[in-house]
Design a protein. Structure first.
Length: 120
């Protein structure tokens, strides 16, 4: 049987570095490691890790390209609406996909879309 790994990597516009860091550190409570100026590693409590590569805007997907053709990911949290609202306050973008059962947010600067789902 195959299982899905707990490590992810994506690239975003380096101008969004502060927003990404606030979202993952402040709102989601991840620890950050920065092995280089162009890379942050965010560690989750379940030993998952998200690597964010910061690049020139011309070399990353646009927000529309990511929304329409990129992978959509999922976070499990205790209070989805509260976490989504906090991420939006930190600079993430609220996304509407036609469903109302879960909030969705997108990392600015060409980052992925996240479904924020209840962990219980």
């Amino acid at each position: 049987m195959t299982t899905f790994g707990k490590n992810m990597l994506w690239s975003v516009d380096r101008a969004q570095r502060a927003v990404v860091r606030r979202g993952f550190e402040v709102v989601l409570g991840c620890a950050r490691r920065s092995p280089s100026d162009a890379l942050d590693l965010f560690d989750f409590d379940d030993h998952a890790m998200v690597a964010v590569s910061y690049r020139d805007a011309s070399s990353v997907l646009t927000a529309a390209q990511q929304h329409d053709g990129g992978a959509w990911l999922e976070f499990f949290v205790a209070d989805p609406e509260s976490i989504a609202d906090s991420l939006v306050r930190e600079g993430f973008i609220r996304v509407t996909d036609g469903q109302t059962s879960h909030p969705y947010v997108q990392v600015p600067g060409g980052g992925p879309v996240f479904r924020i789902a209840h962990s219980g």
